[in-house]
Design a protein around this ligand. Structure first.
Ligand SMILES: [Ca+2]
Length: 431
């Protein structure tokens, strides 16, 4: 009898344990929106993340969007309009219990806080309140915003938070508006079974463009087709370690006619992409989609390359290898993140900015930036919960720390400096 009881107790413990593991797996799968093989791998790799997500689900904390503080201050603490690029600063991120968007004036004043909460934008797709991420956001002159509900779709809403359209094209990471206004974003991943390339099923993102007025998909570029067409299948032969996300496409830019003459080897319409898992940048021919240029070597885990008017390609070289939260890890084994300028004509690169003792700079896993017309850099140091503008001499002329509580900061995911009249809508009423 005692034995039976013991067996029953053991069975109950087993069932509870399995149920708990399945629950945690389900929670993780839901939050990540990933295919099962990757989920399982990540579950094994990410017990710390599971714990933080469980806390987010049950203790009402958006832990997926928080980092431990590195900077003690809060809000805009430096604003030097005379040395800043003119305009208003648009950011997305976690503000209190809301995932949303804010606009700041040059003097540091908060001009607008969109009455929208990305944690509530698509409740039918959410596993719990904090099951969302903004990754890619653009501001329009009338206060409209288009943003990615990361991995699910793109949404456009007005200054009053009214949704104009939302698609379900699984866009993620970034949104770029070309000179005709068409929106470009990474989509996917898409599963491939191609024995000529690999003897495993593998997954690769795609490039897609969208109508800014309706959200309808206008075109799609298959990167695997581009690789095959370019006779460069060697680029993904080392895919087995990351077969469920072979390239991790995290940015797309289309070369505008306005600056194309600065790039003698490229043409207007050519497409620049950042492939984080390959640690490479590619430029695809805008018509044939063949790969016509590759940069490999200068960057690790990079984000947000841009075609610049001086004929270079700028890029945020994240240089991960330690957590920003590691007490002895900051700012990473490589000395922090940096902004590079790569000359595609000769393959050389130089550092435009890296942190120093006066201004550390390290965002190992995320981040965006903009090279401003006056030569300054506007940087979203996402994993540190900070955004700042720095001059070529290294002087910080604007700084914003997105404090969440005494110990944590909220991620600042996207950033952009827009002409000052993009803030004009902010005085209008929504009623
Ligand atoms: Ca970019």
């Amino acid at each position: 009898m005692k034995l039976e009881k013991g067996r029953g107790f053991t069975r109950i413990i087993g069932v509870v344990g399995v149920a708990f593991l399945l629950f945690m797996l389900g929670l993780f799968l839901g939050v990540q929106s990933l295919p099962p093989a990757k989920q399982l791998k990540n579950v094994i790799d990410s017990t710390g993340q599971i714990k933080s997500l469980a806390v987010a689900a049950f203790k009402s904390r958006p832990d997926q969007h928080l980092s431990r503080r590195w900077y003690p201050e809060d809000g805009v603490t430096i604003a030097d309009p005379a040395r800043m690029e003119p305009g208003v600063t648009f950011i997305s991120g976690l503000f209190g219990q809301r995932l949303g968007f804010r606009l700041f004036g040059a003097d540091g004043q908060l001009l607008y806080d969109w009455p929208i909460d990305f944690f509530k934008i698509a409740p039918e797709k959410m596993e719990h309140r904090y099951h969302a991420l903004i990754h890619g956001a653009l501001l329009f002159p009338d206060g409209d915003v288009v943003a990615n509900l990361d991995g699910r779709g793109m949404v456009r809403f007005d200054a009053c938070g009214r949704v104009k359209w939302m698609n379900e094209d699984r866009t993620h990471h970034s949104i770029f508006a070309d000179e005709s206004g068409v929106l470009w974003a990474p989509t996917g991943v898409v599963e491939y079974d191609k024995p000529t390339l690999a003897n495993v099923i593998f997954r690769v993102d795609r490039i897609a463009s969208f109508d800014p007025e309706t959200g309808a998909k206008l075109s799609e570029i298959d990167l695997v087709e581009a690789i095959e067409k370019s006779d460069r299948i060697g680029l993904i032969q080392d895919m087995y370690r990351l077969k469920d996300d072979v390239v991790h496409l995290n940015d797309i830019e289309v070369l505008s006619a306005a600056i194309a003459s600065a790039f003698p080897t490229f043409n207007a319409g050519d497409i620049l992409v950042s492939l984080r898992n390959l640690k490479q940048l590619w430029v695809l021919d805008g018509s044939t989609h063949e790969i016509k240029w590759i940069s490999a070597g200068p960057t690790i885990g990079q984000h947000d390359p841009n075609f610049e008017p001086d004929g270079t390609i700028s890029v945020l070289d994240n240089r991960p290898l330690s957590s920003i939260n590691a007490p002895d890890g900051y700012p990473g084994v490589h000395g922090g993140s940096r902004i590079l300028a790569i000359d595609p004509a000769d393959g050389t690169h130089r550092t435009l900015y890296r942190g120093d003792a006066q201004n550390t700079f390290y965002t190992p896993y995320r981040g965006k930036f903009q090279r401003l017309a006056n030569g300054n850099l506007l940087i979203a140091e996402t994993d540190a919960g900070r955004a700042f503008e720095v001059t070529p001499a290294g002087d910080v002329v604007w700084s914003y720390v997105n404090g969440w509580d005494a110990e944590n900061v909220g991620w600042v995911l996207d950033i952009g400096r827009y002409p000052a009249d993009y803030g004009d809508f902010a005085g209008k009423s929504c009623n």
